[in-house]
Design a protein around this ligand. Structure first.
Ligand SMILES: Cc1cc2nc3c(=O)[nH]c(=O)nc-3n(C[C@H](O)[C@H](O)[C@H](O)COP(=O)(O)O)c2cc1C
Length: 200
C-alpha cells in the first residue's frame, strides 16, 4: 500500500498500551509502511502495579524495547502516540518526552505530519476521550494534521470512540479483544492512507 514512515510511540506501565502499539505496528507493516515501534522510558509512578503476573512479565520484557528519540518523530510521515489514561490525561512520562521536542518544534520539524492517538483505561470511558483530546492539544501546537477515525467505518459504531482508540482494561482482567483490534486496524489503515496521500 505504501512506503509511509510510521512511528508508533507509546508509554505503558502494565502492558495494555504496549499490546495496542504492537498491533498497530503489525498492521502498519502489513500495509507496507516502514514502522518504528518505540517506547517512552518506563519510570515508576505511585499506584502502578501489574494486574497479573503475565502483564508483569510483559512489562519487564518491554524494558528492553527500543527507546524513543526525537529523531523518530522527525523521521516519520505519521505518528501514533499511545498512553494509559492518567486522571483523564496522558501519562507524565509521555508528556516529558513530548516536552523534550522543543528544538524540533522550533525548527518546524514536527509540522505537516499525520498524528492520532490511542489509550487504555481501567474503567469504562474513564477519561479516554479527554486523554486523546489532551494529547491533540499538543498536536495543534506542532502544526500536525490530526486524523481521527470519526465514524468512517461501521466498526466505529461498535467501539464508539471517534477520537482515536481506547481499550477498557479493567484491573488487567480485560485483555485486548476483537473490538479493540478492529478499531486499531482501522485507525492505522486510515492514518497510513492519509499520510500516503500527503507524501505523494
Ligand atoms: C496514576 C494513575 C492514574 C490513572 N487514572 C485513570 C483514570 O483516570 N481513569 C481510568 O479509568 N483509569 C486510570 N488509571 C488506570 C490505567 O489507565 C489503566 O490501568 C491502563 O489500562 C494502564 O495501561 P498500561 O497497561 O498500558 O499501563 C490510572 C492509573 C494510574 C497509575
Amino acid at each position: 500500500m505504501s512506503d509511509v514512515k510510521l512511528a508508533i510511540v507509546y508509554y505503558s506501565a502494565t502492558g495494555t498500551v504496549r499490546g495496542m502499539a504492537e498491533r498497530l505496528a503489525a498492521t502498519g507493516e502489513s500495509l507496507g509502511a516502514e514502522v518504528r515501534l518505540r517506547q517512552v522510558e518506563r519510570t515508576p509512578t505511585g499506584g502502578e502495579k501489574a494486574a497479573t503476573d503475565e502483564q508483569a512479565a510483559e512489562a519487564e520484557e518491554a524494558k528492553g524495547a527500543a527507546g524513543v528519540t526525537a529523531d523518530d518523530i522527525v523521521w516519520a510521515d505519521a505518528v501514533l502516540f499511545g498512553s494509559p489514561t492518567r486522571y483523564g490525561n496522558i501519562a507524565g512520562q509521555l508528556k516529558v518526552f513530548i516536552d523534550s521536542l522543543g528544538a524540533q518544534w522550533g525548527a518546524g520539524q514536527l509540522a505537516d505530519k499525520v498524528y492520532a492517538g490511542f489509550t487504555s483505561t481501567s474503567t469504562l470511558h474513564g477519561g479516554q476521550e479527554s486523554t486523546l483530546l489532551a494529547l491533540y492539544n499538543t498536536i495543534y501546537h506542532f502544526g500536525g494534521i490530526i486524523v481521527p477515525p470519526g465514524y468512517t467505518d461501521p466498526s466505529k459504531f461498535v467501539d464508539g470512540n471517534p477520537y482515536g482508540v481506547g481499550h477498557v482494561a479493567g484491573q488487567g482482567d480485560r485483555p485486548l479483544d476483537g473490538v479493540t483490534f478492529t478499531a486499531l486496524d482501522h485507525l492505522v489503515t486510515r492514518v497510513v492512507a492519509t499520510a500516503k496521500k500527503l507524501t505523494a
